[in-house]
Design a protein around this ligand. Structure first.
Ligand SMILES: NC(=O)c1ccc[n+]([C@@H]2O[C@H](COP(=O)([O-])OP(=O)(O)OC[C@H]3O[C@@H](n4cnc5c(N)ncnc54)[C@H](O)[C@@H]3O)[C@@H](O)[C@H]2O)c1
Ligand SMILES: [Zn+2]
Length: 369
């Protein structure tokens, strides 16, 4: 098992990455579970795959698992979903010193974390991420949110978990496409800040996606360490360090918006393509070599993730995609910050990007091949 500390003044916690953490849940949580009744939030898919394991291990240790099971999918992250969860937690008698278990992907983690931030003005929670994306990204760092009519993740809070348990065993039941999509965020850590990790991914990505436990262990532990470092440096996204995590996300967001945030393009798939576009755009600006940009595209392609927007068959212009970016919430006083690359492992925040130039670049990409 790897233990990665997230060092935050007064709120430090551990991320444990290993096998069979679910099967040993009571021992892992220790004194964080201070009452017999343990509130657990999950979705129906995760409950079908892992509910029995979680329920049994808790019951055998003398606890009484109490479940709140939502329908799988992004719609759980809504005002209605939040209301139902908060009402349930209050009915369960949850108090400030208690810890709620969030067992699931990023949807469950974001929803539960936000509920925990407001129940009794803030109670504890434990992240038990069961998707690759949640293990390497959403469960670490304390961002919680729901979606509103105006857009994704627009209402939320910073609320750090007390513990994160990333059990690699759970990845075995994850649909292949979800595993690949999560892998895009793994690759992202290499591309943004660690050329050696990028090389490792280029060599071992197939093993991670193929389900090899040792490769998954290394991928998750190194990714979490990268995220923990950045979060410790910039917990609330004020100094710019945390913004680097948005590599590929501005381009990706435009593609998600154009395809209507649906199954056509999963978030991780959009991020993978967005990273390729950020690299190629950086090369176009002379910041990095085109051959390095194509190495990023190669690693994305090798993982079975989309690397060419032309292949999506979108019926839109570069201008239309650029317009979606301007609606991005990361817009800062009228200037759209972009994460660009000065090479693999050398991302930086650029504030001088000309949107007309981006639109022209996207037109070329839409027509390419
Ligand atoms: N808070 C953050 O910092 C942060 C960062 C990135 C993404 N997010 C959010 O995370 C969400 C996406 O997370 P996600 O990709 O994990 O999606 P998700 O939670 O919807 O999970 C994806 C699918 O996999 C299923 N699933 C989960 N674990 C499984 C398992 N072990 N076996 C079988 N099926 C399983 C789920 O039921 C769901 O159908 C988005 O809402 C996004 O906004 C948050
Ligand atoms: Zn992301």
């Amino acid at each position: 098992m790897a233990v990665i500390p997230v060092e935050l003044a007064g709120r430090s916690y551990e991320v444990r990455v290993g096998d069979d953490l679910l099967a040993t849940l009571p021992a892992q949580c220790g004194a964080l579970l201070r009452k017999t009744q343990v509130p657990i939030v999950t979705d129906d898919n995760v409950h079908a795959a892992w509910g029995e394991t979680v329920g049994r291990t808790l019951s055998e240790a003398g606890f009484e698992p109490r479940w709140h099971i939502v329908d799988a999918g992004e719609q759980a992250k809504s005002w209605r979903g939040l209301e139902a969860l908060v009402d349930w937690l209050l009915a369960e008698g949850v108090e400030r010193g208690d810890h709620i278990l969030a067992v699931g992907g990023g949807v469950i983690g974001d929803l539960t974390g936000f509920a925990a931030s407001i129940v009794k003005r803030g109670c504890g929670f434990i992240q038990v991420p069961t998707t690759l994306l949640a293990q390497v990204d959403s469960s670490v760092g304390g961002k919680t949110a729901i979606n509103t009519r105006a857009g994704k993740n627009l209402a939320g809070a910073f609320h750090q978990p007390a513990l994160v348990l990333a059990d690699l065993a759970t990845l075995a039941t994850l649909p292949d496409r979800e595993l690949r999509a999560g892998y895009a965020e793994v690759l992202k850590y290499g591309v943004l800040g660690d050329a050696a990790f990028f090389d490792w991914c280029a060599d071992n990505g197939a093993r991670v996606i193929g389900g090899e436990r040792a490769a998954q262990h290394e991928a998750v532990a190194r990714s979490v360490a990268a995220k923990a470092r950045i979060v410790a440096e910039d917990e609330r996204e004020t100094t710019g360090a945390r913004a680097l995590l948005n590599l590929g996300h501005t381009f990706g967001h435009a593609l998600e918006a154009e395809t209507g945030f649906c199954d056509t393009l999963l978030h991780g798939e959009a991020v993978a393509l967005g990273m390729v576009l950020a690299a190629r755009y950086s090369a176009r600006r002379g910041l990095m070599s085109l051959s390095d940009a194509e190495r990023v595209a190669g690693a994305v392609d090798l993982a079975g993730l989309p690397s060419e927007i032309a292949a999506l068959g979108l019926d839109c212009s570069g201008q239309a995609l650029a317009a979606h970016m301007l609606h991005d919430k990361k817009m800062d006083a009228g200037n759209l910050p972009f994460i660009l690359l000065r090479g693999i492992g050398a991302a930086y925040l650029a504030r001088d990007v000309d949107m007309a130039d981006v639109a022209e670049f996207l037109d070329e990409q839409l027509r390419a091949h």
